[in-house]
Design a protein around this ligand. Sequence first.
Ligand SMILES: Nc1c(C(=O)O)ncn1[C@@H]1O[C@H](COP(=O)(O)O)[C@@H](O)[C@H]1O
Length: 163
Amino acid sequence: MISLVIGSYNDYEAIIPAIKELKKFNLKFELVVSSAHRNTEETIEWAKKAESRGTEVIIAFAGLAAHLPGVLAAVTTLPVIGVPLTNSPVSGMDSMFSIVQMPSGVPVATVGLGNVKNAIYLAMRILSIKYPDIKSKLLKASEDMKKNIREQNKVLQEKLKDL
Ligand SMILES: Nc1c(C(=O)O)ncn1[C@@H]1O[C@H](COP(=O)(O)O)[C@@H](O)[C@H]1O
């Protein structure tokens, strides 16, 4: 199971594309709101129990001073992916640095600013080591992507003829 955490209910809108991706691939997930800053003890308790509840990868989405992924990573050995959201006056630079600059021994994997879908793909890659059906889904998605680019190229070549 993939466990998704958002630091605030206000992050929900931004992560809808990630939820759609999870549903598209028919992956088991849970989504909770929990904050390392605002309900610290509960967040730590949740993360400590995550593995025994069946979580295999945690994805933590947060904006501003995004300490959430790092705090989760500090209390579990599960892989944690941190996603910097872009809702700040500095367009997510604050969350990106908070997530990426973890001290040695407490790694948090990350993806591009606001790239919530890539967090799902990265989680799938981690899980594909254990689950062949997830690997098949990734391979199929990769084939679809290639097909899509070939189609885009066809359209482009036709457009060029008209110039
Ligand atoms: N970065 C964190 C943490 C944390 O790291 O624990 N908790 C909430 N937040 C972030 O604060 C932003 C503003 O939240 P509010 O809109 O609720 O004030 C959200 O993007 C959330 O992820």
